[in-house]
Design a protein around this ligand. Structure first.
Ligand SMILES: Nc1ncnc2c1ncn2[C@@H]1O[C@H](COP(=O)(O)OP(=O)(O)OP(=O)(O)O)[C@@H](O)[C@H]1O
Ligand SMILES: [Mg+2]
Length: 356
């Protein structure tokens, strides 16, 4: 088995970001793109950063390899302070980090093999050094047979695999992925994500992945931070953020994952309704199935089940039930107390008339 990347030590943060600020100057007007970012990215993990367009995701990931200067704060990679590196050291550091992009950034006039070889060529490696590295990287991404094809002869998913091979030829310890699957269809997305997971597990490479899709985070990340207008607003283990999202933006990003409510449950003004629609989220280690009966027994009156969903994320069952209960005299905070041991969160989705 190929083995590169650093030795895995989960106790040491691989990347440590302290009070990071980034301003752009747009025709004399400063844009505060990153605000007091504090982050510790553990070694050997897949770390997700999610946010909407313009949130600052690309700015953040580009500061990690010095592609973007910073206005304040510090970034340490393995205790090495980025701001103290001279030009030659920065180039060396970049070789320890591979990067892949949404639009692959391949050179159309070069073959797959030549594209993958490019970073080594630029670094001045000899042809004898380059050939085995390129073959190894192409084998890793399953593209040995396409080595002499041109990018235009490949599918999107294959192009991204070339991008990944190119990012791996230097045997990096960190792989930075900027919206790596955003230009791909669902099938290619799944294939690229599972390749990234395999690379992380096999080679121990720390992966920092930015995306605007919760699905991507759910699929492969260990930890996630949510970024809004340049600030981190929520952070945690993926299963925990999915089971109890705290911030409205996180809840909104997760909503896209959910099915629409049945037609009968469209929210009505409070005064006309007799039923309250609740979403009960729960989470438990996969080895301990949660007791749904005990949970539902805490609700008074008849309980109608409208939707249920359960997912396995990082060896946890993360589930949600959408139920309707009689609206009269329901005290949500008292109910929250009663359900505390079973449920991570209760959300009132709206009100409804009972279906006839
Ligand atoms: N080179 C630049 N010059 C000036 N402003 C910039 C530059 N790059 C980014 N910005 C601004 O900084 C903010 C963050 O942009 P950034 O590209 O980091 O967001 P993003 O989260 O990656 O968005 P997207 O999902 O659309 O890629 C935005 O307000 C953007 O307009
Ligand atoms: Mg971006």
């Amino acid at each position: 088995m190929v083995s590169f990347g650093a030795q895995v030590d989960f106790a040491v943060p691989h990347i440590k970001i302290k009070n990071l600020n980034k301003h752009y100057d747009v025709q004399g007007t400063p844009v505060h793109a990153l605000k007091n970012i504090n982050l510790e990215i553990p070694e050997g993990k897949i770390f997700g950063i999610i946010g909407k367009s313009g949130a600052g995701k690309s700015s953040l990931i580009r500061t990690l390899n010095g592609l973007e200067s910073i206005s304040g704060g510090s970034i340490h990679i393995h205790q090495q302070d980025l701001s103290r590196l001279n030009h030659a050291e920065l180039i060396q550091l970049r070789q320890r980090m591979g990067m892949i992009f949404q639009h692959f950034n391949l050179m159309s006039a070069k073959t797959v093999r030549e594209n993958v070889a490019l970073p080594l060529k630029v670094a001045g490696c000899s042809a004898a050094e380059i050939a085995p590295r390129v073959n190894e990287a192409l084998q890793l991404v399953g593209l040995t047979e396409k080595a002499d094809h041109y990018p235009s002869q490949l599918s999107g998913g294959q192009k991204q695999r070339v991008g990944i091979a190119r990012a791996l030829v230097h045997h990096p310890e960190i792989l930075l992925c900027d919206e790596a699957t955003s230009a791909l269809d669902p099938e290619s997305t799944a294939a690229v994500l599972s390749l990234l997971k395999e690379i992380n597990r096999k080679l121990g490479i720390t992966i920092v992945l930015i995306t605007h899709e919760m699905q991507v985070i759910r699929e492969i990340c260990d930890q996630v931070v949510v970024i809004e207008r340049g600030e981190i607003i929520e952070a945690g283990q993926v299963w925990s953020v999915f089971s109890a999202p705290q911030q409205p933006l996180t809840q909104e990003l997760l909503k896209l994952e959910q099915l629409d409510l049945p037609f009968a449950l469209h929210a009505l003004p409070d005064a006309h309704s007799t039923q309250l629609i609740l979403k009960l989220r729960y989470a438990a280690p996969a080895s301990q199935s949660p007791d749904l009966k005990a949970m539902l027994n805490q609700l008074d009156g008849p309980v109608q089940l409208y939707q249920s969903h359960v997912d396995t994320i990082q060896q946890h069952l993360v589930g949600a039930l959408i139920v309707a209960v009689p609206a009269a005299q329901l005290d949500i905070s008292a109910l929250q107390q009663k359900l505390k041991q079973h449920i991570a969160q209760i959300e009132v989705l709206g009100y409804a008339r009972p279906a006839h």
